[in-house]
Design a protein around this ligand. Structure first.
Ligand SMILES: Cc1ncc(COP(=O)(O)O)c(C=O)c1O
Length: 432
């Protein structure tokens, strides 16, 4: 089939996420149809090549079509593609749970399929944990302003990005809000105002990704852990974006030696191959769910494809590669190189701030630098720069007026250099 036929069928039938379909279907700009990939390069249906600058939405780790992950999935396919975890066990899900426990120090693993469901599970576990322990008043959650935890209704309730969430307000439960700018005192204030009422605090550790790569000050996460521990409140770390190597360590919590009570992991877990998520819990949280069947302490929650064996096999191969290739060691000089490459961009007349944590980068575009005049959301500044970057050979996806760079951890030095050069080359579009 020719590209134009794919596009016509796509426009007739596929409803794309986070997309104004009227724009998508506007005939003056055709979408890319990605047909295949090699390493960190995406290849479209006309054979054109692009650097995968946001890791296929923050998931890819070792590049596409890694032989080791491909082989692991094929080997599992020769055994069985899917069996359920409802009433049955399976070797890949067992092996992966053990592996994740060792990596995080959290021994209990509950599988689901996406970042949103991993968060939803964490919220429900936190809530029911207190119900089961007889602390019935602990029904509230505390979350950060500008948080993003996914798109299911519970995850949206603890999220705080008005553009995405405002419309659903009547469907949501009320979360108590704290701003990072208040420092950890904000959490202390809210927890002290609601003694015995808070089930859990939820945070994206170190970086609020979807808010535009907003960085927390050093020590913040550790202080949040202290405050929650002192007040006997659970801490949920949403490592969906930051986990699996993104920040330069396997999990962002490691930077501050924090062990949360619950952790949500998804995105990079399978190396960007298949949907899989995990919610990890301490033994203490897990113990609250044990009891006679009739006591109804069971966690009555689960998804059809929970712990899918193909996904677990991909995840195991992904984690094997981290060890055999020493991915995190190899990443450190690339993080430094990226910082170096970005430095000259910082003086560009349309660049406000550049925020980087490991391989998570947000380049904030501004209409005027000094004094700062931001772009309005309707200016689509980020989208325009990313559209030009596509012509120059990179696939990017912005967050409002923030250009995001999240290349696969395996990207070569040359491709990294080229990626930043492309962003530089795309910025003049803002003056056209
Ligand atoms: C911190 C965080 N939590 C949860 C999610 C939701 O993940 P998913 O899109 O896989 O449902 C995201 C997605 O970007 C995220 O960044």
């Amino acid at each position: 089939m020719k590209t134009r036929d794919w596009i016509a069928l796509d426009r007739a039938h596929v409803w794309h996420p986070f997309t104004q379909m009227q724009d998508w279907c506007a005939p003056d700009d055709d979408p890319l149809v990605i047909e295949r990939a090699e390493g960190c390069t995406l290849i479209d249906s006309d054979g054109r090549r692009y650097i995968d600058g946001v890791s296929s939405l923050w998931v890819n780790v070792h590049g596409h079509r890694r032989r080791e992950i491909d082989d692991a999935i094929r080997a599992q396919l020769d055994r069985v593609a899917h069996t359920t975890l409802l009433g049955l066990a399976s070797p890949p899900s067992i092996a992966l749970a053990e592996r994740l426990s060792r990596l995080t120090g959290l021994p209990r693993v509950f599988y689901s399929d996406s970042g949103s469901t991993a968060v939803e599970v964490a919220l429900k576990i936190a809530f029911q944990h207190w119900q089961n322990r007889g602390e019935r008043q602990r029904t509230k959650f505390v979350a950060l302003t500008d948080a993003y935890h996914g798109d299911t209704v519970g995850a949206v309730s603890v999220g705080g990005i008005d553009l995405f969430h405002e419309i659903f307000d009547p469907l949501l439960f009320n979360a108590l809000r704290v701003s990072v700018s208040e420092g950890v005192a904000g959490f202390a204030r809210v927890l002290d105002a609601h003694p015995g009422e808070v089930a859990a605090v939820i945070v994206e550790p170190l970086v609020q990704g979807a808010a535009g790569m907003l960085m927390q000050p050093p020590g913040y996460l550790a202080a949040v852990r202290e405050v929650t521990k002192e007040r006997g409140v659970l801490l949920i770390a949403d490592e969906v974006a930051t986990g699996v190597g993104r920040t330069g360590k396997m999990f962002a919590c490691e930077h501050e030696r924090v062990r949360p009570d619950l952790m949500a992991v998804a995105k990079g877990l399978t190396g960007g191959y298949l949907p899989l998520a995990a919610t990890l819990a301490t033994d203490e949280v897990y113990a609250a769910f044990l009891g006679e069947y009739a006591a109804k302490r069971t966690f009555f929650h689960g998804h059809t494809y929970t712990g899918n064996p193909l996904s677990c096999a991909a995840a195991l191969a992904n984690l094997d590669l981290f060890e055999s290739e020493r991915t995190l060691d190899a990443l450190q000089p690339k993080i430094a190189r990226l910082r170096e490459l970005l430095a000259p961009l910082a003086t560009h007349p349309h660049v406000g701030t550049i925020r980087q944590c490991g391989f998570m980068v947000g380049i904030e575009l501004v209409r005027v630098r000094n004094p700062v005049v931001p772009y309005d959301w309707e200016d689509r500044a980020g989208a325009r720069v990313c559209r030009r970057a596509r012509d120059l050979g990179a696939v990017l996806r912005p967050l409002g007026s923030v250009v995001v760079l999240m290349p696969p951890l395996a990207i070569s030095r040359d491709d990294l250099d080229r990626l930043v050069a492309i962003v530089h080359g795309a910025l003049p579009v803002l003056d056209e």
